[in-house]
Design a protein around this ligand. Sequence first.
Ligand code: GDP
Ligand code: ZN
Length: 462
Amino acid sequence: SQTITEFDTIAAISTPPGEGAISIVRLSGEAALSTAQRVFKGRDLAQVASHTINYGHIIDPDTDEEVDEVMVSVMRAPKTFTREDVIEINCHGGIVATNRILQLLLSHGARLAEPGEFTKRAFLNGRIDLSQAEAVMDLIRAKTDRSMKVALNQLDGNLSTLIRQLRQDILDVLAQVEVNIDYPEYDDVETMTTKLLLEKAQDVKVRIGELLETAQQGKVLREGLATAIVGRPNVGKSSLLNHLLHEDKAIVTDVAGTTRDVIEEYVNVKGVPLKLVDTAGIHETDDKVEKIGVERSKQALATADLTLLVINGSESLTSEDRELIEETTGQKRIVILNKTDLPQQVDLANLQMLVGDDSVIGTSVLTNDGLSQLEDQIATLFFGGIENSQTTVMVTNARHIGLLKQASAALDDVMSGIAAGMPVDLVQIDMTRAWDLLGEITGDSVQDELLTQLFSQFCLGK
Ligand code: GDP
Ligand code: ZN
């Protein structure tokens, strides 16, 4: 129901930085078509039908020099991502040509887009709500198919639908309270009203709680599960790491925001994005006398969500092994009894007693024995409850989690207020606060400053 706001025309390279087969330069705004036309030799873009792709060349109008051979998509408002006129130039001349095209557009009527500005316009023009805008950001960063699905789900507006339902329920009860207050002639109006508020506060709190329960898995999907591979020297850590890195699909090796020498390694294990902790430490020490030892393992443990403790089954347990077993107790842990292809010195049942309820899995990285069982176990550990419920809404966004917690606390205030016999109009204030906080998730009640901060987190060109 928002009106379209008039903005200037913005341009940016929308494909990720780096060398690719094609790159896309995107333009959005009133002058998108005319700006593109100034540097385009081909059909008259003003005359072509909307949502068509047009072959031609980008030329520098000042020198008539040909810059690249391109396909230009013309999408007229309002059926576009931003609800403005949008032009996408598919070029294939590599980074230099792509940058030239952007520069040409910038000197012929467009302004360089700020990070996230395309998505911000989509939001401001009422095309998407705030949680959908954030989903776009998550989608850009999604590290596995599964996190992609969650982001897509959110993009579809499932979270928004749920939140709006909660708000509507709160609004209904607030309206009912107003009506009751208007008819004070009924004797038990105060009691009735209080009961209504209490029941609704409890009900909404339960539903918020269910959403918050999905947040832990949500965080994993979003950020990857920080995983430490620990064990004394020579047990097979690097071999396991290499198996995970090379035999499985490595997802990202170069994460935006990290420098070249601090490369985080992600692997996708049955849909669980593992962010391997301190792999540099493992790599570094490979083929060197000084292998990764207990001290180093302890450091890696401090930041881990999941610990893979590797033990060499072909040698008796050492004090170092026992120390690491002790050290990792209470963490989310899988104990790997490696080198099962060799004569065994460690008794699996004994080891199982030492590690309590945690799984012990026998593996041989040499013969690939038990490795798929290990991967299954990692997936089960994290998707046990939600494996078959991919349509469930999951909260994955830190801002949403924060707001849900605050809303839940406001509902606690409603309940404790009622318990303390506070007047209804004061209780109403807390209820309204919960309604407001939920609204911030979808952007139905949101301040300018927050918007600016949010959209600035986007990549350029999105
Ligand atoms: P790390 O020091 O814990 O990283 O151990 P490495 O992965 O470097 O492995 C030490 C040695 O054990 C290497 O020679 C590996 O080839 C070997 N190794 C690793 N896993 C197995 C296994 O499952 N069976 C056998 N027989 N050897 C293994
Ligand atoms: Zn090694």
